[in-house]
Design a protein around this ligand. Structure first.
Ligand code: 8YV
Length: 314
């Protein structure tokens, strides 16, 4: 066993990695795939993993680290980590909730606005130098006052709903149970939610329990004026059904920050004109990523120094 208790497993940015390195006298850096290549003594010394990314962190990797006590995730969503496997092995998992709610909610509204007001087309109208010859841009759609459905009214979903309320939208939502809200309409059935709204914003947690929750039937219920916004995980939507609906015009469009198989997304998306696509950047501001890094580090430090974890999930 060595006295290097922290493993950093990213992809972290240089600044994030430096911060972790500065906080701990001695660290190891390795992708999950490379853990097996570390010496037995090195693996035995590791008690905490600072983890970032969306590659599977399963029981097999945990078994390579016999003294692992905590996996501190950089992100609110921890669907990449097999939490049951961790619990079975007595390994704690932590995440970074709340600090990213505003940014993810801002992006959800920004995606809807970008789709409705076609700002990508507008930017090109100007940047291409063709405004003088093409004249006025074709009219687009009004977002304010429209009917918005939030799928998953957790911490991020609520921030999104509050923002759309400020846009004078009629708010609908689907969640496991009815919540106390300022007059928003609860739908026990996701299909009923989709049928009632123009914009369906997906703010579900990821993981097996929500896989394809936005099913072919939900997508069809949205109708040909309907728009899907997804800032959660690609897994929450039946992506094949979504692509079919976008290609056929069964729905008006989609504005997406998340996909299956990021960053190698389905090439069918690249052929579409009725989409706004972003590279999973919901929490990607300097301020928020710093706050996430600090919370992750707090969890690592607390664990290594024997204090209670700040944000445990198991
Ligand atoms: C990721 C995210 O943390 O918090 C989440 O659940 O999806 C993101 O903020 C980020 O992409 C780094 O993996």
């Amino acid at each position: 066993m060595t006295d290097t208790p922290l493993l950093i497993s990213g992809p972290f940015t240089g600044e994030e990695e430096e911060r972790l390195k500065n906080a701990c006298p001695s660290v190891r850096v390795a992708t999950l795939d490379a853990v097996g290549g570390l010496s037995e003594a090195a693996r035995g010394g590791i008690r905490a993993v600072a983890f970032k990314g969306h590659n599977r962190f399963g029981g097999a990797v945990m078994d390579l680290l016999p003294n692992l006590g905590v996996i501190a995730n950089f992100g609110v969503g921890y669907d990449a980590i097999d939490v049951s496997a961790a619990s079975e092995r007595g390994v704690k998992v932590t995440n970074t909730p709340d600090v990213l709610n505003d940014d993810v909610a801002d992006l959800a509204v920004g995606l809807a606005l970008t789709f409705f007001r076609r700002m990508v087309v507008g930017a090109d109208w100007v940047a291409s130098g063709q405004w003088p010859t093409k004249g006025e841009m074709p009219l687009n759609r009004k977002l304010s006052g429209s009917k918005v459905g939030i799928m998953g009214l957790g911490r991020i979903g609520r921030e999104i709903a509050d923002r759309f309320a400020a846009f004078k939208c009629e708010l609908h939502y689907h969640a496991r149970s009815e919540k106390e809200t300022p007059g928003w309409t609860f739908h026990a059935d996701p299909v009923g939610l989709a049928r009632a709204v123009d914009v369906l914003v997906v703010a579900l947690v990821g993981g097996d329990q929500t896989r394809n929750y936005v099913s072919r039937e939900v997508i069809a219920a949205l109708g040909d004026r309907g728009v899907i916004v997804n800032i959660s995980r690609g897994t929450t939507i039946d992506e094949g059904a979504l692509l079919d609906a976008l290609e056929s015009g069964a729905i008006a469009g989609a504005a997406l920050d998340v996909f299956l198989n990021e960053p190698n997304i389905d090439p069918r998306f690249l052929e579409l004109e009725n989409v706004v696509l972003q590279p999973h950047q919901g929490s990607g501001t300097v301020e928020t990523r710093r706050a996430m890094a600090e919370l992750q580090l707090e969890n690592v430090r607390n664990f290594l120094e024997g204090r209670p974890l700040a944000t445990p999930v198991n």
